[in-house]
Design a protein around this ligand. Structure first.
Ligand code: NAP
Length: 327
């Protein structure tokens, strides 16, 4: 068996390990998705904001559908609604655009990417991802995520998506959605890795029937704003030592840690050998002691910083951003 699953509140089974696609440039992502599908992945994590869904779709067209190696129902496909399309009038069109790009008639899961809305540009609605003012600050819109959620619920009613969920929502925001939802959020996808173990949010979501998906599960070493000298999770000597003891790689130990916590995780890679390796995590088990040891590496360190200023600013080092916004 190359797959283990988490059961969602809808009864859907989501493979615990999926392929991430953020930063996989169009020229690379098709081959990455083909390598993933050919190596047994049945879960692909996509988003309109990654600007590569058409290329993911090219791979799906080669492998999925009548006469191809996979049936559509064997695959779990996630996409996400971007911040510029939170207005209730824009939600369905955004979802349909992702469906067209991916070449499928439904999504298994559609997430609200962030709990904040950006303005849409009137000259070409939705086409500017990071609308900004002349001083570089983001142009936020006043659509509340509660109203966006209500529009997302109609996508379930229409059969365009099997389930809807959240991303980057804290406990309070999750509870607000739960209190008004006709269709409950099945997943909250948040940053999670041994340096940001998210134990409280994990318990909070679990107690309410919301599964947690870990993004940047390996510490996102290719995030655009990583700066030299910042700690690299997979290079941490303590993780490397545990990996040595099990005869596994650091990535496999971290992915196994997520899986044993009952979390969904979506490591990104464009490298076929790593794509294959990242799914090979079911032939060993971390001891309770090692699980706790890895948990103790937590330092509540966030690597994916919410975008609070213009796109130019997000390429500042994360330390600079942390000083400005998180202290
Ligand atoms: P990640 O998966 O933690 O790390 C990706 C990096 O790790 C890439 O540089 C990749 O290199 C490398 N890597 C992968 N497997 C490896 C292995 N076995 N050995 C050594 N290096 C390995 O980072 P991420 O892309 O930030 O997060 C994963 C996915 O989560 C994203 O792609 C996206 O789908 C999702 N995500 C969602 C949000 C959200 O707001 N909802 C935010 C961030 C990410 P190569 O590609 O060069 O092989």
């Amino acid at each position: 068996m190359s797959c283990t699953y988490v059961t969602l509140s809808t009864g859907q089974m989501i493979p615990s390990v999926g392929l991430g696609t953020w930063k996989s440039v169009p020229a690379q992502v098709k081959q990455a998705v083909l390598a993933a599908l050919d190596n047994g992945y049945r879960h692909i994590d996509c988003a309109a904001a990654y600007s590569n869904e058409e290329n993911v779709g090219e791979a799906l067209r080669e492998r999925v559908g009548p006469g191809k190696s996979l049936k559509r129902e064997e695959l779990f496909l996630t996409s996400k609604l971007w911040n510029t399309e939170h207005h209730p009038d824009d939600v369905e069109a955004a979802c349909r655009r992702s469906l067209t790009h991916l070449g499928v008639s439904y999504l298994d899961l559609y997430l609200m990417h962030w709990p904040m809305a950006f303005e849409t540009c009137d000259f070409r609605r939705g086409s500017v991802m990071m609308p900004s003012n002349a001083d570089g600050s983001i142009r936020y819109a006043d659509t509340h995520y509660r109203d966006t959620w209500k529009a997302m619920e109609t996508l379930v009613d229409q059969g365009l998506v099997k389930a809807i969920g959240l991303s980057n929502f804290n406990a309070r925001q999750t509870d607000l959605i739960l209190s008004i939802a006709r269709h409950k959020p099945v997943v909250n996808q948040v940053e999670c890795h041994p340096f940001l173990a998210q134990q409280q949010l994990l318990t909070h979501c679990r107690d309410r029937g919301v599964a947690v998906a870990a993004y940047s599960p390996l510490g996102s070493p290719d995030r655009p704003w990583a700066s030299p000298g910042e700690p690299v999770l997979m290079g941490d000597p303590r993780i490397k030592e545990i990996a040595r003891q099990y005869g596994k790689t650091a990535a496999q130990v971290i992915i196994r840690w997520h899986v044993q916590r009952g979390i969904i995780c979506i490591p990104k890679s464009i490298t076929p050998s790593r794509i294959q390796q990242n799914l090979q995590v079911l032939d060993f088990q971390l001891t309770d002691e090692d699980m706790k040891l890895i948990e103790s590496f937590n330092r509540n360190e966030r690597l994916i910083i919410p975008t609070v200023e213009a796109s130019a600013t997000i390429f500042l080092t994360s330390n600079t951003l942390k000083k400005k916004y998180l202290q």
